[in-house]
Design a protein around this ligand. Structure first.
Ligand code: HPA
Length: 273
């Protein structure tokens, strides 16, 4: 269990290493969008291992650097590399950086991920605005003694994905002619892709996309009052929909192909929030 002191110590180290930088927006960008870190102006890059309690990210393409600076006119902190449950971390550890960034002043979280497409009417390669999520498989990042400085013991989850930011995302997608689906993200533990029966069950329960990230960070952000905007890139049809096995290569190729439209949409939203 982390204490408020742990979070404050990490925040102070970042403050010192960045000469007092105060981020407005935290960007946690999966699905190959971490390269947006290279576009940050006046960038200060910090290795995760220099920050107390930060973990090392072991997933492919996840670098382990926090980059602070200006992007699209906003003070941002961008995590190049995030933590996943399948790497062996607890949900509290996965969500840790969100609370640290909140202490430094971040009021908004923008999060992206790669996901399998559960909705049979949609196709691989499409983008989805996350309107809600379903998390059944494990406890919460908020489990354990509540830290009142972050939020209440029993936080509301009615509008975790901020409606105002969803409106901005839909308007910007239209502006830039980027097709954007709206749907529900179903959180799975991984690292194995789901079975066809798990995907059928998730569909019956209302899931549109299946993925292994995002939800712990989003719950922690919402708990401490941050606004949240989330997108999934549907890199593949989820297990059992097509008669072929799922591979990491397929996911990485689809992420690469979608980079231009996905980064355009994220940057447009960043400008407008
Ligand atoms: N399932 C879970 N996570 C994923 C998938 C999937 O099909 N594709 C990309 N990330």
């Amino acid at each position: 269990m982390f204490t408020l002191e742990n979070y404050k110590e990490s925040a102070n180290v970042i403050k010192e290493l960045t000469n007092g930088f105060r981020p407005e927006v935290l960007l946690i960008l999966g699905s190959g969008l971490g390269y947006l870190g290279d576009s940050i102006e006046d960038a200060i890059s910090i290795d995760y291992f220099s920050i107390p309690q930060f973990k090392v990210s072991t997933a492919p393409g996840h670098h382990g650097k926090l980059i602070c600076g200006m992007l699209e006119g906003k003070r941002v902190a961008l995590m190049q590399g995030r933590f996943h449950y399948y790497e062996g971390y607890s949900l509290e550890e996965i969500a840790y950086p969100v609370r640290v960034m909140h202490l430094l002043g971040a009021h908004t979280l923008i999060v992206t991920n790669a996901a399998g497409c559960i909705n049979e009417k949609w196709s691989a390669g499409e983008l989805m605005l996350i309107q809600d999520h379903i998390k059944f498989f494990i406890d919460s990042p908020l489990r354990g003694q509540n830290i009142n400085a972050f939020g209440v013991r029993f936080p509301d989850s009615t509008h975790i994905y901020t409606p105002r930011l969803q409106q901005i995302a839909l308007a910007e997608a239209e502006n830039f002619d980027i097709p954007l689906r709206k749907g529900v993200y179903f959180y799975f533990p991984g690292p194995q892709y789901e079975t066809p029966s798990e995907i059928r069950a998730a569909r019956l329960l209302g899931g549109d996309a299946a993925g292994m990230s995002t939800v712990p960070e989003v719950i922690a952000a919402s708990h401490c009052g941050m606004e949240v905007l989330g997108f999934s890139l549907l890199t593949n049809m989820a297990s059992g929909i097509l008669d072929k096995p799922l591979t990491e290569e397929e996911v990485l190729l689809a992420s690469e192909a979608a980079k231009p439209k996905f980064s355009c949409l994220v940057c447009a939203c960043l400008r407008k929030i």
